[in-house]
Design a binder for this molecule. Structure first.
Ligand code: NAD
Ligand code: MN
Length: 475
């Protein structure tokens, strides 16, 4: 398989200062050695992005749009190849990987359409003394940092709006999954992105190198997707220079099944909300609050569906649950489940690391009390803890009892009841009678410690634009 393993700086593939092995977590073998970036190379990326900004920011929106559109088309045409790369380095099953590539490509299409629709405003001031002219201009060099769980979509969800807005970027993908990001940068290069507009670096260790980049006065914007813990470190570092920040952080999504829900629908929705990506999604349903009237039926049907999944290497035939991204991440899942069991949880299925190689963890259903510690943690794996609830009010109160607020799911047979519940939930997104709602055309983001700002939709491009007000005297 053809893989890009060099860094991409100023329109050229270059060797770095060292190498980082990338592993296939389903068999623990090394797939590739990727070049890592020294401080000098990080600086070269800033130089290139800063130089390119002068022309890219003035490039007609239509031209920027056409390049993004072209990148969308190449990505769709090469979806099978890209999906294999994701599966190999991330461990997720091929159908999830293919779904991610198509979703990821849509961000290029959506933002190619947004590039030519950046709106402004021209008004008479209420006092009549002047005209109020409001316009938007690109912020400048943007640092994009992405996680390993959606190595393609988290990159395109940032690169798409950045390029549409007229910003230039330095992408720092996760060390676990750089191959997908490298393949996407190669597509952007082939789509005609000019030198310096998109740069890819992979410094190791990450923290000190990124801290240095954020000190450079030419870097004006930071878009991060990853854990809340790292997000807080970056917000503190960005504070020194008051850099614009957009943060897509962790989640702890509640999944509410109200007493009038259609249980078969709720179970299919739960399987999607829980098991897409093997549970390694910031949007993954992490806690199930199920009305006492339907709890037994829901639990037994969900257990049946979960225990029927075929767990195997992502690329193997018929695999429905792949490996976690690494043994370390898999062991974190196991520790959370073990602690939950020690605190009184009862396992309906799964809950045990299988024999053999690979970072596998089985689909697990737990019956837990509402104070079980697993409910306060982002599990990031195929684990469904179920809590029986007495009323809608209790479900809402428990759902909101977390510092996170990314997404929540509600199943109910009555629209009014579902919307009332959705309005009471502290989450940036609420799915009603659906297991997946992510859409490039909708604003994605969280309340509370799940983040700042929104990606996608009409909001996404504004993370890369400054608002400028020009007051005009017409006398
Ligand atoms: P992570 O926070 O460990 O790492 C994310 C990125 O930050 C990686 O590229 C990593 O190399 C980099 N990084 C780590 N330490 C850093 C530092 N000190 N300075 C600068 N960069 C640093 O997250 P992860 O383990 O890759 O991904 C899982 C997390 O991401 C979960 O918490 C998940 O909920 C979250 N996530 C959120 C969203 C969202 O949109 N809200 C989407 C996907 C994943
Ligand atoms: Mn991590």
């Amino acid at each position: 398989m053809q893989l890009k393993t060099q860094l991409f700086i100023d329109g050229k593939w270059v060797n770095g200062s060292g190498k980082l092995p990338v592993t296939d977590p389903s068999n623990e073998s090394v797939i590739a050695q990727v070049e890592t970036a020294s401080d000098e190379l990080c600086l070269a990326a800033i130089d290139a992005a800063d130089r390119a900004f002068k022309t890219w920011s003035k490039t007609p929106p239509r031209v920027r749009a056409e390049i993004l559109r072209k990148a969308f088309e190449i990505m769709v045409a090469e979806a099978d190849h890209l999906a294999k790369i994701i599966s190999m380095e991330n461990g997720k099953v091929l159908s999830d990987a293919k779904g991610e590539i198509l979703y990821a490509a849509e961000f290029f299409r959506w933002f190619s359409e947004e590039a030519v629709r950046i709106s402004g405003d021209f008004r008479t001031a209420p006092s009549g003394d002047k005209r109020i002219l409001v316009t938007h201009q690109p912020i400048g060099v943007s640092l994009l940092i992405t996680p390993w769980n959606f190595p393609a979509a988290m990159a395109t969800r940032k690169i798409g709006p950045a390029l549409a807005a007229g910003c230039t970027v330095i992408l720092k993908p996760a060390g676990e999954t750089p191959l997908t990001a490298l393949a996407i940068v190669d597509i952007l290069d082939r789509a005609g992105v000019p030198a310096g507009v998109v740069n890819l670096i992979l410094p190791t260790p990450t923290g000190p190198a990124i801290a240095k980049i954020l000190k450079d006065p030419r870097v004006l914007n930071l878009s991060f997707t990853g854990s809340t813990e790292v997000g807080k470190v970056l917000l503190k570092e960005a504070a020194d220079r008051v850099i614009r920040c957009s943060m897509e952080l962790g989640g702890n999504a509640p999944f509410l099944v109200l007493s009038d829900a259609n249980i078969d629908d709720a179970v299919s929705g739960a399987m999607l909300a829980k098991m897409r990506n093997g549970g390694a999604a910031c949007t993954a349903a992490n806690r199930f609050y199920v009305a006492k009237e339907v709890a037994e039926e829901f639990t037994s049907k969900l257990t049946k569906a979960m225990s029927g999944l075929k767990m195997a290497a992502g690329l193997s035939d018929g695999a429905q649950l792949g490996a976690s991204v690494s043994i370390k991440e898999r062991n974190k899942i196991a520790e959370l489940v073990d602690a939950s069991l020690s605190a009184g949880a009862k396992a309906e299925t799964g809950a045990k690391i299988p024999e053999g190689a690979g970072a596998f963890y089985p689909a697990t259903v737990l019956k837990v009390k509402k104070d079980n510690p697993i409910l306060q943690q982002e599990v990031f794996g195929p684990v469904a803890p179920i809590v029986v609830i007495e009323s809608d009010e209790e479900a809402i109160e428990l759902a909101n009892a977390t510092e996170y607020g990314l997404i929540a799911y509600v199943y109910s047979g009555e629209t009014g009841r579902a919307i009332r519940t959705a309005e009471a939930l502290q989450a940036g997104m609420v799915a009603i009678n659906r297991g997946v709602i992510s859409d490039p055309a909708a604003p994605f983001g969280g309340f509370k410690q799940s983040g700042l700002g929104r990606e996608g939709g009409f909001d996404g491009i504004h993370e890369f634009l400054e608002t400028k007000y020009i007051g005009v005297d017409l006398k």
